[in-house]
Ligand binder design. Sequence first.
Ligand code: SF4
Length: 376
Amino acid sequence: MPRAARQPDAPPPTRPRAGPPSRSRSQPRRDAALARRLEAWFRANRRDLPWRPSDPDAPRDPYRTLVSELMLQQTQAARVAERFGGFIARFPDVVALADADEQDVLALWSGLGYYRRARLLHAAARAVVEDHAARVPDEPEALRRLPGVGRYTAGAVASLAFGVRTPIVDANVARVLLRVEGRDTPPDDPETQKWIWQRSAALVERAASPSVFNEALMELGATVCTPRAPRCGSCPIKGQCHASAEGLQNHIPAPKARTTRRELFCDVARVEDARGRLLVERRTGGGMWDGLWQAPTLERDDRHSSPAEVRAAGVFEGAHQSGEFTHQTTHRVVRFRVWTGTARAGATHPRGEWKSRRAVEGLALSSPQRRILLGG
Ligand code: SF4
């Protein structure tokens, strides 16, 4: 009779199903073997992505690397792949980005979320132009002084674009290294973080190409050693992996303590006038989506606005609820309710502006507001 598969939330096995890989070989030799395997795997299996040159060993453009790394923070590669080409076409080099109007930068960032990154990238481009003669610096320490560039991004740009032998650690890398070593401490624990950076540094020291190795480590975490159901059968370093040998791959990393997201209730007035123009306003006052455009929106922390409260906004006739959906951000669960109507004759709005659909398409919009105003 076939054995039932172990459920993901079942306790980890108390006894290894197979012995872990031998630790008898010296650590540097083991690291060198692991690095070589990963590099070879990456050269043969990497995804074709618009910010990657066709040859994995070809030098990468530092500006494009900086842009792609900022975009990839907290955003999936598939989504970044949709936006990267348009952004680079509009801002082909660091000077073009530094000279751009912030609203144009935000508009080209639409759909990627976390708009603070767009502002930081814009500021970083200005710093590169003003402080580094329009050349992205190659030293991790100099990179870290740029707005929006932390230890991970500095390591990624320095290694990928300049071949600097420096480590990187993001969530993918952390997961792979914790699993390979069979270490089940929470990844955000300070001691664990320190250990992960040390392991990443030791491994890149042994790599033939720091650029290929670092990208291979991230790629393995993104495509094979995934958070759920890692594909150990297809993994190039399975033979060196303690978690896989001990059947612990679904239990490492140890789960983080859950954070509770706060709710926000948004009632949105999607209103068109007789000429088909849409009423939009700009968000102000800081906080989420600050500076982006939206349909007039009533927000509350405790509940949705009542129909009377929505109608009291006084911008449309025949207002009716036309849809609702939920949008999750890192810290918030945002519950949208959409009200649709036509403009009342002579309707005005204290902060609103009437814009054609084509003009709205070119505005910086959060993804839920884009969905409400333009559909899709
Ligand atoms: S063998 Fe499995 S758990 Fe280990 S690194 Fe590969 S995919 Fe991850």
